[in-house]
Design a protein around this ligand. Structure first.
Ligand SMILES: C[S@@+](CC[C@H](N)C(=O)[O-])C[C@H]1O[C@@H](n2cnc3c(N)ncnc32)[C@H](O)[C@@H]1O
Length: 337
């Protein structure tokens, strides 16, 4: 079905998106635009670096068959297990493995794979957000975990809140979540943990509400939204992952291969834009330097100068798509020796 999305009218497309939501529990965003921009062809090899509920993987599979395949990664073992089961019918053409996209080169070592397409659909899936046990949502009671890979042994959100110094925490909330009330929230966290550690999502959501004076509450979002976003980014080291992931993906792409990156908040989009733009530049010397000394050569050409945003129709059908942005580029030929 997804193979036809690009040519569908918006009502039919809404129906197709909704059907996919029911089947997978996550509705992919900007899917039509992703397929149009990256134009996967039969026989091509696609790396889906952010498998999630495998909606994007399946749409690309239907475009690259016959002859092509999708190799998908997710750092969340639960996502990989579910997708392997759901897409088992595709046999050799679909393979899913646990792994972080910053490690793509190591994950593909010895396979000889040079993909024609790499897709990075950043952030978390609805499956993760809507599962209270994962601790990503302030709307449902659950442990303050927030690790995309709970088996990683990395510190959880509760661990960070129990151990970080007040100014370090305030800085993290401001830098990663753009939270203007970061000092008040950090102060409240430190005061609270002197009596009992913060253990649940609702405890943290209530603390944010009471730490921020009502007149300073944001008008359109819950007072805990930015705190939860900042903690999630920190727990999963997401910003560093993005930079390393884009660089690794571009190095792997074959000449003529395409990369598409979908971001969901300004921090992600800034890094996606910067990483792709730097790789698309012939010289990265500071502007005041009269002669180029960097020897940097472009490996990419941008496919869209202007970032691609969801249509009003898509936002109406799926409000979570509101802040999604797509950037894409094509790999240039390797320089001749
Ligand atoms: C927005 S969802 C992807 C949804 C997917 N495109 C679909 O159609 O269902 C993002 C997924 O990427 C995974 N992820 C995030 N950062 C990752 C990383 N550094 N390496 C691998 N997977 C990552 C998350 O665990 C999550 O499952």
């Amino acid at each position: 079905m997804s193979v036809m999305l690009a040519t569908m009218g918006s009502r039919t497309r809404r129906h197709a998106d909704a059907t996919q939501m029911v089947r997978t529990g996550h509705r992919p965003v900007l899917l039509t635009e992703l397929l149009q921009t990256l134009a996967p062809q039969p026989g091509e090899v696609v790396i889906d670096a952010t498998l999630g509920a495998a909606g994007v993987s399946e749409a690309f599979l239907q475009r690259v068959l016959p002859g092509g395949r999708v190799l998908a990664f997710d750092r969340d073992p639960a996502a990989v297990g579910r997708a392997q089961e759901r897409l088992a019918g595709y046999g050799w053409a679909f393979e899913a493995r646990v792994g972080r996209f910053s490690q793509l080169a190591a994950l593909l070592e010895g396979t000889g794979v040079r993909p024609d397409v790499v897709v990075m659909d950043l952030g978390i899936s609805s499956l993760q957000l809507d599962d209270p046990a994962r601790g990503f949502s302030f709307q449902q009671e659950g442990p303050l975990d927030m690790r995309m890979d709970p088996s990683s042994g990395a510190p959880s959100a509760a661990d960070l809140l129990a151990t970080m110094g007040e100014s370090e925490l305030a800085d993290l909330l401001f830098r990663l979540g753009d939270e203007r009330n970061s000092r008040a929230i950090a102060r409240a966290v430190v005061r609270r943990r002197q009596t009992a550690p913060l253990q649940t999502t609702t405890e943290l959501a209530e603390l944010c509400q009471s730490a921020i004076p009502r007149r300073r509450w944001p008008s359109r979002i819950h007072p805990a939204t930015k705190t939860f976003l900042a903690l999630r980014i920190a727990v999963n080291d997401e910003l560093e992952e993005i930079e390393k992931g884009i660089t690794a993906s571009v190095q792997l792409l074959r000449p003529g291969g395409r990369i598409g990156v979908i971001s969901f908040h300004s921090g992600e989009d800034y890094l996606a834009k910067r990483s792709l733009h730097v790789l698309a530049q012939d010289c990265v010397c500071p502007p005041q330097r009269p002669v180029c000394t960097c020897a940097h050569r472009a490996t990419l050409s941008l496919l869209n100068r202007k970032v691609i945003k969801p249509t009003e129709d898509e936002i109406r059908a799926n409000p979570r798509a509101r802040s999604a942005r797509l950037r894409a580029a094509v790999r240039l030929p390797d320089p001749s020796p």
